[in-house]
Design a protein around this ligand. Structure first.
Ligand SMILES: [Zn+2]
Length: 461
């Protein structure tokens, strides 16, 4: 353990020299506001974020207080590895329900913290639940017309991860790839989104090794919501699955195990079935649990709440971007196992753009940094919950708050929680009174695109 600390110190020195170089190149602050960022050596403060136990007891208190207005269910457990998602092993995944899966209402599902180190969405969900428990006329009008189900912290293992005996939330779940357990031959490669237990350290340079393997849950979903890896094995399609998994790794390596790079120094990316170009393998209980809830509710709208890096709005406007948003994260898809095609219907895509525009407009207040919103970069990720659910005809909104817990800690968490809560609330209101239908979906094209990334936020003058 001591050794790792030393490594961080060495990296600190490396960073210092980068800082000196960059100070010459970059005059003035990188953004407005510029930070505050977490220092490399600064002790990460995460105390204002809820632990799993705090989150669960908060949810239970809220249910008690609600007099039946909200219902709290457990949809499954994070270590339920034997096919029974209700097997009590690991942490529970809760669903907070305002209303039933009523086809006469607009139905909305909201998930957060699919990446354990992205806590703001969970904080925003708790604030939204509290708001919906109030007896205001506006809230009750929304709930007359809209069913809302919240799933806060759908990666509880990553959120509770420890490093050097301290809370160090990580992106990944906690599970070990064991092909024989699902009837595949020993040595069958893991899905590409398997991670052996490393996470980036504070500030964007450097890595820590916490040593617990797991998956990027947000690549484990599949547009074929019924895909279950063991079912394919049982159905004697196992060779297809084995071939897919062994179809080399995501980035191509040479015989010495080094990544092959192109002329620009970028890693050469393999586009086989075992890559982000295809749906995931549903190997995590968490992805299965969320998908079962999705199927039960069959929502019109799905939100997933994330975190990302740092940007300024445009070359001329150096406001720090609080959130990026998106209505599209996956192209039309053909399932390589079944041949079935998946595509987002035009009216679903229109609604997706309308809710994104409404969310964007809800944060335009004067020239504050609240409104400095960008569109998330163009991606094709059918293995994300958003991608898989969109391809099953649900309008989506991705919200990506700036900074992971390693880079921002709990700094600005109050303000950032509002940049999630306000647009979600206004969209639910617009769905309730129908005003969302009056929004011109083409305004989506006018939202500034992702640009001006700040690679290492600890670099500044
Ligand atoms: Zn994320």
């Amino acid at each position: 353990m001591k050794k790792k600390k030393k490594l961080v110190k060495v990296l600190g020195v490396a960073l210092m020299s980068t800082m000196l170089l960059s100070t010459v190149a970059v005059a003035g602050p990188q953004s407005k506001p510029n930070g505050p960022y977490v220092e490399v050596e600064q002790n990460l403060s995460l105390q204002s974020f809820m632990s799993n136990d705090q989150l669960y007891s908060k949810l239970q208190q809220l249910e008690l207080r609600s007099n039946g207005k909200m219902k709290l269910d457990i949809a499954g457990y994070s270590d339920a590895m034997n096919g029974d998602l209700m097997e009590q092993s690991g942490y529970p995944l809760y669903v907070v329900k305002f209303g039933d899966a009523d086809p006469n209402k607009k139905k909305v599902l909201i998930t957060s913290q699919i990446h354990g180190n992205e806590p703001i969405g969970t904080e925003a969900i708790i604030e939204l639940v509290q708001t919906f428990l109030s007896e205001s006329k506006e809230v009750n009008e929304i709930l007359e017309n809209v069913t809302v189900w919240f799933m806060p912290r759908i990666n509880p293992d990553g959120a509770a991860n420890l490093y050097q005996d301290k809370l160090y939330p990580v992106r990944y779940t906690h599970q070990t790839w064991d092909p024989e357990e699902i009837g595949l031959p020993e040595g069958t490669k893991a899905p590409w989104n398997y991670n052996l237990g490393t996470e980036r350290a504070q500030a964007n340079n450097g890595q820590i090794n916490y040593g617990i393997p797991g998956y990027d849950e947000n690549r484990d979903y599949n547009p074929n919501l019924d895909f279950r890896i063991e079912k394919y094995v049982e159905a004697r399609d196992e060779q297809k699955v084995i071939d897919a998994l062994n179809d080399t790794s995501y980035y191509v390596k040479d015989e010495n195990g080094n990544y092959i790079t192109d002329e620009n120094g970028n890693r050469v990316r393999h586009t086989g079935l075992n890559s982000s170009d295809y749906g995931g393998f549903y190997v995590t209980p968490e992805a299965r649990i969320v998908t079962e809830v999705f199927k039960e509710l069959d929502p019109d709208v799905y939100f997933d709440l994330h975190h990302r890096g740092f940007n300024t709005l445009t070359a001329e406007d150096d406001r720090s971007v609080p959130i990026q948003i998106a209505a599209v994260v996956a192209d039309p898809y053909v399932d390589p196992f079944t041949g079935k095609s998946y595509e987002v219907d035009d009216d679903v895509l229109t609604l997706g753009k309308q809710i994104n525009v409404l969310g964007y407009q809800s944060l335009q207040k004067g020239n504050s940094s609240f409104g400095a919103i960008q569109k998330y970069p163009d991606v094709n990720l059918p293995g994300t919950s958003l991608g898989a659910f969109a391809l099953n005809d649900t309008a989506i909104m991705l919200i990506e708050v700036k900074g992971q817990s390693q880079t921002l800690g709990q700094k600005q968490s109050g303000m950032l929680t509002q940049t999630v809560k306000i647009p979600v609330y206004e969209i639910l209101k617009g769905l309730g009174d129908g005003s969302v239908n009056d929004i011109n979906p083409n305004l989506y094209n006018d939202i500034p695109v992702s640009a001006n990334g700040i690679k290492d936020p600890s670099v500044r003058d």
